[in-house]
Design a protein around this ligand. Structure first.
Ligand code: B4P
Length: 191
């Protein structure tokens, strides 16, 4: 399976990505997690990414695309993968098309989680208390929501036009959301 998990900040992408990836036996590749790992290790990539992440902005496409290309070239991603948080811009969509097309495969599905905007802010403020992420302050959360609306929401139409978009209600208990995703994905033929 080659899957994308999309949704606004706090929709539950990272939360659900692990379950979905386990279910299909593919690696979950989270660009946010890779950036955060680099930040905590103090790598040059981490130093660059932190500037953008702390402001609620997207890391530049060239940096992100290069990182994803290297990651999906790894052995464990050959049979398939779940991308969590990538692509987030139209330029990233084009780049990903090239990466997957090069291998002769295609995307199986793009799952979008939908959640009420105020619930999103509450979830992230809650996470700020437990995880201490530097981008989970109210101002930065609001900026991340704006950036999502401007740059990432247009991708929904692109994948809908391709006939591979699956919209899932992300409200409610984590287990219930997982069950909805499994039910939708189990119904599509695997490539
Ligand atoms: P991400 O790490 O993807 O951060 P996110 O959008 O907040 O999603 P996350 O997966 O962490 O949260 P989730 O919804 O699971 O990106 C961080 C930053 O990295 C971006 O702002 C950007 O700067 C950069 N970046 C990443 N990818 C990029 C790209 N492709 N291009 C450019 N820049 C990029 O969960 C949120 C909270 O909700 C959690 O605490 C969770 O426990 C809780 N939750 C989840 N499901 C719930 C439910 N059903 N009920 C209640 N709470 C729930």
């Amino acid at each position: 399976m080659r899957l994308i998990l999309m949704g606004p900040p706090g929709a539950g992408k990272g939360t659900q990505a692990r379950f979905v990836a386990d279910h299909f036996g593919v690696p979950a590749i989270s660009t946010g997690d890779i950036f955060r790992a680099n930040v905590s290790q103090g790598t040059p990539l981490g130093v660059e990414a932190k500037r953008y992440m702390d402001a609620g902005e997207y890391v530049p496409d060239e940096v992100t695309n290069h990182m994803v290309r290297n990651r999906i070239d790894e052995e464990d991603a050959r049979p398939g993968f779940l991308l969590d948080g990538y692509p987030r811009t139209l330029a990233q969509v084009t780049e990903l098309d090239g990466m997957i097309g090069f291998t002769g495969h295609q995307l199986d599905a793009v799952v979008v989680l939908t959640v009420d905007p105020e619930e999103l802010v509450q979830r992230l403020l809650q996470r700020a208390q437990t995880d201490g992420r530097t981008d989970d302050t109210e101002d930065v959360i609001r900026r991340r929501q704006e950036v999502y609306s401007e740059q990432t929401e247009p991708l929904i139409g692109v994948y809908r036009d391709r006939g591979i978009l699956i919209e899932i209600d992300g409200m409610g208990e984590v287990d219930d959301v997982t069950a909805r995703i499994f039910a939708a994905l189990d119904a599509i033929p695997q490539s």
